[in-house]
Design a protein around this ligand. Structure first.
Ligand code: NAP
Length: 244
């Protein structure tokens, strides 16, 4: 039987690695993205190389109509949705004193409201099917905070609360909801950090290096699989020991 996974922000970085890992496990993949169509098409080709089907869908996860269209397109194309990975995320870093209201709103809307809207949109299908797995990508910053990231830390801490609330709501119908909290991973999001900042960060990582997108993809692959059949409401830290 075919199985389908939606990966929000699946075009680049962690989302691309997650899409590829789930494709390897036999999922047809819906690759959602915000604006970078070329990256999404590239990921689609890489997913299809694993012998599964792939679809790219542009859409802003903070826009309810776009989210509903994304889920409807998925169901129309593949007949259902078995896995949702809420991965899309942005940063708008600024010290609290200088943070603009629009920096706060943009990050909370994409990183937290987006997870709520996507979860709400897939829930009727998963609850009716009495199966499904959702993985929300939080962050170490949601657990321990960070300078200049009050918006991001609040959103990612919110994702953990939302994960646990939805895990409790959906458990009776066999739908599991978990979070992964990555530490510092090499993607476009962290490429903007200066070498000096990276060195300082790495000094605080007991394993002595930043993570790779595949490190996060492996955690997601586990959490959506039957091997994690008794795991729900959990937050899996994948951070090289940076916080424990
Ligand atoms: P990235 O390389 O910047 O990629 C972000 C992805 O999200 C892209 O696919 C982008 O689409 C998509 N996206 C952005 N805003 C969107 C929106 N409103 N609607 C739909 N898609 C949207 O980021 P990343 O490093 O892979 O991060 C992925 C997730 O992991 C994020 O939630 C991030 O907060 C979290 N995280 C990352 C790290 C890290 O060290 N990298 C650590 C902890 C947590 P386009 O390609 O179209 O722009």
């Amino acid at each position: 039987m075919s199985k389908t996974a939606i990966v929000t922000g699946g075009s680049r970085g962690l989302g691309r690695a997650i899409a590829l890992a789930l494709a390897e496990d036999g999922y047809d993949i819906v690759i959602n993205y915000a604006g970078n169509a070329a990256a999404a098409e590239d990921t689609k080709a890489a997913v299809e190389a694993h012998g599964v089907k792939a679809l790219t869908v542009q859409g802003d996860v903070s826009d309810k109509a776009a989210v509903e269209a994304l889920v409807q397109t998925t169901v129309d194309t593949f007949g259902g949705v078995d896995v949702l990975v809420n991965n899309a995320g942005i940063v708008r870093d600024r010290l609290m004193r200088r943070m603009k209201e629009e920096d706060w709103d943009a990050v909370l809307n994409t990183n937290l409201k987006g997870v709520f809207l996507m979860t709400q949109a897939v829930s009727p299908y998963m609850l009716k099917a009495r199966r499904g797995a959702i993985v929300n990508i939080s962050s170490i910053v949601g657990e321990i905070g960070n300078l200049g990231q009050s918006n991001y830390a609040a959103a990612k801490a919110g994702v953990i609360g939302l994960t646990k609330a939805s895990a409790k709501e959906f458990a009776a119908r066999g739908v599991r909801v978990n979070a992964v909290a990555p530490g510092f991973i090499e993607t476009d999001m962290t490429a903007v950090l200066s070498d000096a900042v990276k060195e300082q960060l790495v000094a605080g990582i007991p394993l002595g290096h930043m993570g790779a997108p595949e490190d996060i993809a492996e955690a997601v692959r586990y959490l959506v699989s039957d091997r994690a059949g008794f795991v729900t409401g959990a937050v899996l830290d994948v951070n090289g020991g940076m916080a424990m």
